[in-house]
Design a protein around this ligand. Sequence first.
Ligand SMILES: *Cc1c(COP(=O)(O)O)cnc(C)c1O
Length: 369
Amino acid sequence: MSLNLDELAPAFIREVIPYKPGKSIDELKREYGLETIIKLASNESPLPPSQKVKVAIEQAAHDVARYPEDAAPVLRERLAKKDGVKPEQIVIGAGSSENLGMLIRCFVSEGDEVVVSEHAFSVYRIFGKMSGASIIQTAAKHYGHDLEAMLAAVTEKTKIVFIANPNNPTGTWLTFNEIQNFLKEVPENVLVVLDEAYYEYVEDENYQSAISLLDQHTNLVITRTFSKAYGLGSLRVGYSISSSDLVNYMMRVRYSFNCNSIAVAAALAALEDKDYLEKNLANNHQGLIYLKSCFDKLGLEYVPSATNFILVKVGERAMDVFNALLKEGVIVRPTVADGLADFLRVSVGLPEENQLFITKFEKVLKEIL
Ligand SMILES: *Cc1c(COP(=O)(O)O)cnc(C)c1O
């Protein structure tokens, strides 16, 4: 008998459509033979890495022949201090995506349900399917999460409700009161995973982290990342905060040595570089204002954003505009797969990158629309 992978893999694995990242700069250079490329596609920090981080990486490089200290106790201690929780409540992941995966592996199996919102971060759906869960998707409200609909979608089979606050790819956010009220209503035996990957960027005073709600809600898990505002996208480091009992469960499915010593050293250094974070947030603030004013002038609608990216409505030919921009050396992100076919998501870059994007965007729009 020959090997039949379709038979070997469970049906729910066959049905998974792998996550498709944005095009990389090198890929585009190879494809179109372009020299200058700007990438505003993956919500990364547009600033080069912090000098403090580079120094820490170089120092940590001396020890890479050894396994790292398992589960990064020093980083957990430092984060606990920053976030006002106990180190035992924190799990470090190779990116917060790994924490999301650990939660799914721990608590979700075939036949269970996972509740997500339309236009929410696609990884929740993909990970849920990997465990054979049914994905229950509620309709969006003003492009964001409709918490009432999500609550109504919870059944006896629901194991996890995922909420991105703010959300990617829409940039929408929920206020602290909305989250608080939702947590009061959700059955206690359903986990609420609140993804705060863009927490640092939010300026609305009605927004607040839900960390202060952890004590009252043992079913709450919060995830954070170093991939965005801290500028460590390539190093893969993120974390979750929850009850220590829940951490004990996550430890059962965590791969040993899942956080490497370079990433941990870089994260520790990034936490000490307040200037970098401030510069990043200030650049983002200005960049969003600039992009919004340009979209206004072009008569294009956009979704109000609390993040380092913005969703702009281009119309039916959004994919053509995306492809034409690629040829001009500008990478943005199509959102067809997120149910937003008429839109493109643009990450905020450095001022000169934003300007170049707008120049190319105007040119391409004239040609295509
Ligand atoms: C970018 C992003 C993350 C971060 O993923 P990492 O694995 O930490 O790099 C998590 N959630 C959302 C909604 C994101 O957009």
